[in-house]
Design a protein around this ligand. Structure first.
Ligand code: GUN
Length: 263
């Protein structure tokens, strides 16, 4: 069994990005610039955005954090999106989700210029991804694809299981799962897994743990201790897909800076 080390991979990729940015700037090119909009004080969102700003530093990007209180109106947030769309110095930006209930998230996402949508949430990017055109792919799937590629894991012609089965149960269930991951800690046990399987665990549930300083530990959807010995490759939680998501946002921001997909 080989552990798929997302933490080490993300660190290596960020170092590679920093080298590329140095080379771009040495030739007089523009420093990539990511802006993040954070509404309110949700603990999880604060942590995500803080880590995104730190990742920008590691990659040599400029970053701008724009903060609003959670009583901001939808109109004011749309005006902020419009300003960022028009700001030539900003290559890409994200509006951290979730947003307060009185704001229509989809309306905000669709107001973002798809050429700056480094989250890959805009329907144009989602649609282009579906038909294999160059686009920003959202951070978690891009992180998983990058891990599989770096570890030389071929998926072409393989059975890729996303826990699905019949047309009336499995497939619609898989659709629902895709919209809403299992989020059930240690759901996948050894008896569900064949020898040599490749497992990518995207689960991140906070399980209360009094022995930890922050009072919880992050747990994946896979019962790691009993499943790992059967696998040829497996991602741990934490330290697997998680660190890859922000590093994928950095990859997209670099591509935005280089106008790689959209002029
Ligand atoms: N909230 C949780 N994950 C994400 C993400 O990848 N992007 C944004 N904008 N909000 C999030």
């Amino acid at each position: 069994m080989q552990l798929i080390d997302g933490k080490a991979t993300a660190t290596a990729i960020k170092a590679e990005i920093a080298e590329e940015v140095k080379a771009i700037m040495a030739k007089g090119g523009k420093q990539p610039h990511l802006a993040a909009v954070l509404v309110g004080h949700d603990g999880g969102s604060e942590t995500y955005v803080k880590n995104k700003v730190l990742a920008c530093e590691a990659c040599g990007f400029k970053s701008t954090l724009i903060r609003y209180e959670d009583d901001i109106t939808e109109e004011e947030l749309l005006a902020c999106v419009d300003k960022l769309n028009k700001d030539d110095d900003v290559d890409g930006f994200i509006v951290q989700l979730p947003l307060p209930k009185h704001i229509d998230e989809q309306k905000i996402i669709e107001a973002i210029d798809y050429r700056k949508d480094v989250d890959g949430f805009h329907p144009i990017n989602v649609g282009r991804m579906a038909i294999g055109l160059p686009c920003f792919i959202s951070a978690t799937p891009l992180g998983i694809i990058t891990l599989l590629k770096r570890y030389g894991i071929e998926t072409s012609g393989k059975k890729c299981v996303i826990l699905g089965r019949s047309n009336i149960v499995g497939k619609p269930m898989a659709q629902l799962m895709m919209q809403k991951p299992i989020g059930s800690p240690e759901f996948v046990t050894a008896d569900m897994v064949k020898d040599g399987a490749v497992i990518v665990d995207v689960g991140t549930t906070r399980v209360p743990d009094a022995t930890r300083k922050n009072g919880f530990r992050l747990t994946g959807d896979v019962k790691f201790d009993e499943v790992a010995p059967k696998c040829s490759f497996i991602t741990p939680v934490p330290g697997g897909v998680g660190p890859m998501t922000i590093c994928s946002l950095m990859k997209n921001t670099l591509a935005a800076g280089k106008k790689e997909y959209y002029k």
